[in-house]
Design a binder for this molecule. Structure first.
Ligand SMILES: [Zn+2]
Length: 474
């Protein structure tokens, strides 16, 4: 990070995204999305899920002052400070703001092109309770860096953003909007360039070789930047040996259990269902993967909502997704949902195995975080993060553990656990208010009534209204 460069980016961002003449109006226009502007607020009578994984506590008060959590205690004994706005939230749950670790700023719909969603996604993430994201594979890091700067400067509304470089992909087939690496030196060059431009993470992608991956990680670490990966040609244990920091998607992209897999190549032949549906998570092979990840401090990002796209029959209908996407995408989604297709039992079984793998990883002491991968189909910003919560509970985590995975653990992976991710005095006031009892009904995660980021309360309904029909366009 170079401070001078950052301030240049900031100036550029503000002039680019918000012309000087209308900056005042822009700030005014954003005020309509703020429902709780007061600097001192007491949320009383809440069911508190604090992000530590410990059981929820009822009848609690959370006091917010000047952007931070000032006090947390029983409502009966926690007096709101003088002048505080008191909001009685009887019947509501409060959890930390979601930290999404695989939360792209793009959407691919009809035609498949990866389009940056710089307008709709920041609002949609925030509306759904996502207060921090890592973009984990960027189509256009400059736009994301400028967006981040504009949000930091208060010119735009959205989550805190950890910008990732473009995908580090090997030979084609890969994304045509991405560069294909031509060897380890090329990987170093690309990492060096984007690290100096200000990205804080990279994502290695499916066709990268072990030599390119090792070089990329080595170069990234020299620049104080970290690396995660959506793997295929390289197995999890090979990536751990190369000193990777984080692994995306979990079991269903770990190809090391494919019989006959060639080094540096994606396996061919066997389908996902064939390989994973009957995999024994307690087998020596799988346990060895988990052990090596844990011993080497390699975290994992659960993306169950996007994995569920391969079993469309089990995805609960969500009218909110149809309302958010543009008309062509809406039509395509309705068609996709209603298409006649046989229920693929082995894909269902594989998804269950992925859940079992995540539980075993956590049981072994691994750090599991989560991300939505809002790339396509029904997986869009924010709503897919909420679906992750439901799927983590289905996987066998308690609601409190699921909340911890989606907040505190994400903060730990990003190195910001001292500032966000748990609800205790001194922490940044990033939190979500949900109508209902989240510990009894996981779908309550969809009932967001307020989202606080840095102590400012945003109105999810107004934010969502403002992006209706725009996902897929801008
Ligand atoms: Zn992704």
């Amino acid at each position: 990070m170079k401070p001078i460069k950052q301030s240049l980016i900031l100036a550029a961002a503000i002039s680019l995204l918000v012309p000087a003449s209308s900056r005042g109006q822009a700030a005014n226009a954003l005020r309509q999305f703020i429902s709780v502007p007061e600097p001192v607020v007491a949320l009383t009578n809440v069911r508190l899920i604090d992000g530590t994984g410990t059981p929820a506590r009822t009848g609690m008060t959370v006091v917010i002052a000047d952007g931070k959590i000032n006090a947390v205690g029983p409502t009966s004994s926690t007096r709101p400070p003088q002048g505080a706005r008191v909001i009685d939230l009887n019947g509501h749950s409060v959890m930390p703001g979601i930290i999404g670790l695989h939360d792209h700023m793009y959407y691919s719909s009809v035609g498949g092109s990866m389009k940056p969603m710089l307008y709709s996604y920041p609002r949609l993430f925030l509306a759904a309770g996502v207060t921090t994201i890592r973009t984990t594979g960027s189509v256009d890091p400059y736009q994301e860096l400028n967006l981040k700067a504009a949000i930091n400067a208060g010119q735009l509304i959205g989550p805190e953003i950890f910008v990732t470089g473009p995908y580090l992909q090997g030979v084609q087939p890969g994304y045509s909007v991405m560069h294909s690496l031509e060897g380890p030196e090329d990987a170093r060059r690309m990492v060096r360039y984007w690290a100096e431009e200000g990205v804080s993470w990279f994502k290695a992608y499916t066709t990268i070789t072990r030599a390119e991956l090792s070089a990329a990680i080595d170069e990234a670490h020299k620049h104080g930047v970290k690396v995660t990966a959506h793997l295929c040609s390289v197995g999890f244990r090979e990536a751990v040996a190369a000193k990777i920091d984080n692994l995306e998607h979990g079991l269903l992209v770990n190809t090391e259990y494919h019989a006959g897999k060639k080094v540096d190549e994606c396996p061919t032949g066997a389908s996902r269902g064939d390989v994973y549906a009957n995999l024994d998570i307690n087998s020596a092979d799988v346990q060895r993967t988990i052990r090596e990840m844990v011993q080497n401090n390699v975290s994992m990002t659960s993306t169950l909502a996007v994995m569920e796209l391969s079993t469309p029959d089990r995805i609960p209908p969500d009218e909110r997704v149809l309302d958010a996407v543009f008309p062509d995408a809406r039509r395509a989604l309705v068609e996709w949902r209603s298409a006649e297709r046989p229920v693929n039992r082995s894909d269902h079984a594989a998804l269950k195995k992925a859940m079992e793998f995540e539980r075993a990883f956590v049981a072994a002491g691994g750090t599991l975080a989560a991300g939505s991968d809002p790339c396509c189909l029904t997986a869009i910003a924010g709503y897919a993060d909420q679906r992750n919560f439901e799927l983590l509970v289905e996987a066998g985590f308690t609601p409190e553990q699921a909340a911890q995975i989606m907040s505190a653990n994400g903060a730990k992976v990003l190195g910001i656990a001292d500032r966000v991710g748990t609800l205790r005095p001194g922490m940044q006031a990033d939190l979500i208010v949900l109508q209902g009892d989240l510990t009894a009904e996981p779908s309550a995660v969809r009932n967001v009534t307020h989202v606080f980021r840095k102590g400012v309360g945003y109105d999810p309904v107004r934010l969502t209204e403002s992006i209706k029909g725009l996902v897929g366009i801008r």
